[in-house]
Design a protein around this ligand. Structure first.
Ligand code: GBH
Length: 461
């Protein structure tokens, strides 16, 4: 089938690796199993009006009970690595203190299964599912949550560190802080600039404290995952250029710069202060946040063009502090079912920009992918030529960046499986593997087969 055969296969350095990524709440289900505590995503998804048609992660794709089958699928695809997150509330049902051994045991079984198949586990400690018990004490707006996160990191490492080499603290603190506390589109569903800026700083502080704990325990492959959305001004008008600067500041630089340079960008500090939402920085915090890392995880999906102006009636609330006078434009070209544009060249430019921003820090693509309306067709296959095209063009973009000097070590496709796409519920499918939500049957899509072929050629097997 020509749709599964890449025209020009991009080439990568021999040590480059390919994997796929998931996150706990999006796939596990089994929310009441083995003493798991509630998380803010249980609360949020069960609050009427918060998610698409009230969808929740209660069942998701039953990965908690089907993980063996899912690891077998990974092995069939030839994946070299698998990035997954640990649900804090499975390990510490109240967020702190009492450890639930059965929760740790699940991840231990998963790790053993991966290793038995020769797949390298990459753990993310936090992919947005804060224990509700900690939210009840203020969540990320409370400085104490950063210290609790560091404790939790140490507990997970004590259980899995003998077998897992690769550790990431946070996934996309931008989303936790700004979508969770400024736009209110994600859990905990708060819309308050002051809460958002407190969450920004405490997430970063939590990252730094956890990094210290993991380093002390001997971790040698330590990173954090940030999401990047490059911002382009709609015109040369100074107000549009400034709108793009402000959004770029909060979306991209506010998280990257403290981690790699030990300081918040001055323009961002000024913007937040002007919006009445200063960052609650205390002495020593920035040195903690700038803990040395072994790699930076990069999530990239699309670029955004912005202009200054009044947001049209009915437009979703801005996720940027003081961003009420900035408008995000619809993409000019074709879009995925998320409504996101497709800009592989911007991916190359982003990786080269990161090479300059974080000299000497290896990059790992921890997420990249696209959503489409996939269906199992009469021949029993799932034909997703758009995803094949997106995948190939973005892999070419990574290859081009490497060719121009970016030190990119690996690529994780988002996602292994169709899953609970947060506020968009099960309406958006990102998987390389299709899931029938009635039967839980998995079907490898054409894109999964194309990816397997790329990996097979890369490994020369
Ligand atoms: C990732 O989030 C998540 O890690 C993953 O769990 C999720 O399933 C996947 O992507 C697909 O959504 O600057 O105003 O244009 C990415 C979510 C998308 C949130 C881009 C911020 C930019 C908002 N990010 N979005 S704006």
């Amino acid at each position: 089938d020509p749709r599964t055969r890449p025209a020009a296969s991009p080439s990568f350095p021999p040590a480059f690796f390919f994997g796929a990524a998931t996150a706990a709440y999006q796939i596990e289900g089994a929310v009441d199993a083995d003493g798991r505590g509630r998380s803010i995503w249980d609360t949020f998804s069960h609050t009427p009006g918060r998610t698409f048609q009230g969808h929740t992660g209660d069942v998701a794709v039953e990965h908690y009970t089907r993980y063996r089958e899912d690891v077998a699928l990974m092995a069939d695809l030839g994946l070299q690595a698998y990035r997954f997150s640990v649900a804090w509330a499975r390990v510490l049902p109240e967020g702190a203190e009492r450890i639930e051994q059965r929760g740790l045991d699940f991840y231990s079984r998963l790790v053993d299964e991966l290793l038995s198949r020769g797949i390298d586990p990459w753990i993310t400690l936090y992919h947005w599912d804060l224990p509700q018990a900690l939210q009840d004490r203020g969540g990320w707006t409370n400085r104490d949550t950063a210290a609790r996160f560091a404790d939790y990191a140490g507990i997970v490492h004590d259980a899995l560190g003998d077998r897992v080499r690769n550790w990431s603290t946070l996934n996309e603190p931008m989303v936790s802080a700004l979508l969770g506390h400024q736009a209110g589109e994600h859990a905990p569903g708060v819309r308050d600039a002051g809460s958002a800026s407190r969450a920004v700083h405490h997430l970063l502080l939590g990252h730094g404290l956890a990094a210290r704990v993991l380093r002390d325990k001997g971790v040698e492959s330590l990173g954090v995952t940030l999401n990047f959305t490059p911002m382009t001004p709609a015109s040369e008008r100074p107000e549009d250029v400034d709108a793009a600067r402000r959004l770029d500041g909060q979306q991209n630089r506010m998280f990257l710069t403290p981690i790699v340079q030990g300081a918040y960008p001055e323009d961002v500090v000024a913007d937040l202060a002007a919006a009445g939402a200063p960052l609650p920085v205390e002495d020593g915090d920035l040195a903690t946040i700038a803990a040395p890392l072994d790699w930076l995880g990069v999530n990239y999906y699309f670029e955004q063009t912005v202009r200054a102006g009044t947001r049209p009636e009915g437009m979703a609330p801005t996720c940027f502090i003081g961003g009420e006078d900035v408008v995000e434009l619809d993409p000019a070209g074709p879009t995925t079912t998320m409504g996101w544009g497709i800009s592989p060249d911007t991916f190359t430019a982003l990786l080269l920009w990161l090479k300059d921003q974080a000299p000497g820090l290896p990059l790992v693509i921890t997420e990249n992918g696209s959503a489409w309306d996939d269906e199992v067709s009469d021949d029993g296959a799932v034909h997703d030529p758009e995803r094949v095209d997106y995948l190939l063009r973005h892999l070419q973009a990574v290859s081009a960046a490497i060719g121009t000097g970016a030190d990119v070590r690996g690529y994780f496709a988002w996602s292994l499986l169709d899953n609970f796409e947060w506020a968009r519920g099960y309406a958006q499918r990102f998987g390389l593997v299709h899931v029938d939500y009635e039967t839980q049957q998995r079907t490898v899509k054409d894109s999964g087969r194309a990816y397997a072929e790329i990996i097979r050629r890369h490994r020369g097997v």
